[in-house]
Design a protein around this ligand. Structure first.
Ligand code: TXA
Ligand code: MG
Length: 353
């Protein structure tokens, strides 16, 4: 059984926090809210506890974990060196959704880093995460609190859907703010490299650093691209996801045509839509889930995973969604949708419409 304790997201009660901290110190597993998504935490310095995270998630041992810290003053406990460029980023973006990949300190068990000589670290801003770190007084290793390969949880119900009975305790602090995971930035090479776009935008990092590159923007060529299977299925619901890229008008027209065709074939179709696109699909008999207004990517990011889960629970066989461009949080949204689509990306050119 997983014990669920409600906690005020703004001013967490000391009592549930103390219980959760005791579980962490005893080598147990605690799911807790961060500003991005819920994390599944264990004492980062306890190899047995860390092994429990991998078991609970069915996560392969080759995928390293992020170590969460209360503040940058405890960095020397987990990293062997902090380059000057990291200090600037820390001053600007911590606490917050930026994860830095730095040289591993000798105290960090190899399970955390999957045997690698770097460790990913971040200082979360969520009051519950911070209270837990303060009470536990150890660094907390925490991946997103979902089964491996599935959609990250943005509320307590999502955590239970994946992990009920597999973890000791869940701190329920309501829905998370950012909605997509932290930006993972490597400072190992000569140019800072975004390994995973996330809550801190490329633009914000470029402003701070001057130069920054994105590691693995998933290539898009031709109309239907990438054989499914070449991209690892990740951030994925149970339904098939199809992502449409291109100009808004042409994309919406193509989505409508494809939806009509799928409905005719007897598919149950789900549409992941911003409010501005609702009217493009008229009275088509499809499930719709709202991503809020397209005018703020913050809102789309915040709603993205819950909307994916809603469509999944409605048992649709296919989820259709369009790309929202690379600006701001749009890049992280594109990254997650491309992975969820596992290669099913349709690029619509204007003249094809
Ligand atoms: O917002 C977040 O980052 C959330 C919350 C809970 O903090 N955590 C999260 O953890 O998303 P996870 O494990 O689901 O994703 C961490 C990512 C993985 O893609 C992992 O491969 C990468 O960070 N990563 C971890 N350590 C790394 C390292 N030493 N070098 C390169 N990538 C690393
Ligand atoms: Mg994850």
């Amino acid at each position: 059984m997983t014990l669920v304790l409600k906690v005020d997201p703004e001013r967490p009660d000391p009592e549930p926090i103390a219980r959760a901290a005791a579980v962490i110190r005893a080598g147990g597993l605690v799911a807790f809210p961060t500003e991005t998504v819920y994390g599944l935490g264990a004492n980062a310095l306890d190899p047995e506890a860390v092994a429990g995270i991998f078991r609970a998630k069915d996560r392969p041992a080759y995928d390293p974990l992020i170590v969460h810290l209360l503040d940058a003053t405890v960095l020397p406990d987990v990293v062997s060196q902090v380059p000057d460029v990291a200090l600037e980023l820390i001053a600007r973006f911590w606490p917050g959704p930026l994860t830095l990949v730095l040289p591993r300190g000798p105290q960090v068990p190899t399970q955390v880093t999957a045997g690698g000589d770097t460790v990913a670290v971040r200082v979360p801003s969520h009051p519950v995460a911070r209270a837990l770190l303060a009470a536990a007084q150890v660094p907390i290793a925490a991946p997103s609190a979902n089964r491996f390969g599935r959609v990250s949880p943005t509320c307590a119900e999502h955590v239970l859907a994946d992990l009920d009975g597999r973890i000791d305790l869940l701190l329920d602090g309501g829905s998370t703010q950012v909605g997509v995971e932290s930006t993972v930035l490597s400072l190992a090479g000569s140019i800072a490299t975004i390994l995973r776009p996330g809550g801190v935008s490329l633009e914000a990092l470029a402003e701070a650093l001057g130069e920054v590159q994105v590691a693995q923007e998933i290539p898009v060529e031709g109309e239907v691209l990438l054989s499914p299977g070449t991209t690892s299925k990740h951030y994925a619901p149970h339904a098939i996801v199809v992502l449409y890229r291109g100009g808004r008008e042409a994309v919406l027209e193509r989505m409508r045509q494809d939806a009509v065709q799928r409905v005719d074939h007897g598919d149950t179709v789900g549409l992941l839509l911003v409010d501005e696109d609702l009217s493009a699909f008229g009275a088509l008999p499809v499930r719709r889930a709202s991503l809020g207004t397209v005018s703020t990517m913050e809102e789309v990011a915040q709603q993205l995973y819950a909307a994916l889960r809603t469509l999944d629970q409605a048992d649709v066989s296919v989820i259709m969604v369009r790309d929202f461009g690379p600006e701001g949080l749009g890049l992280a949204i594109r990254d997650r949708l491309t992975r969820a689509a596992a290669g099913r990306v349709i690029v619509v050119t204007e003249d094809a419409a």
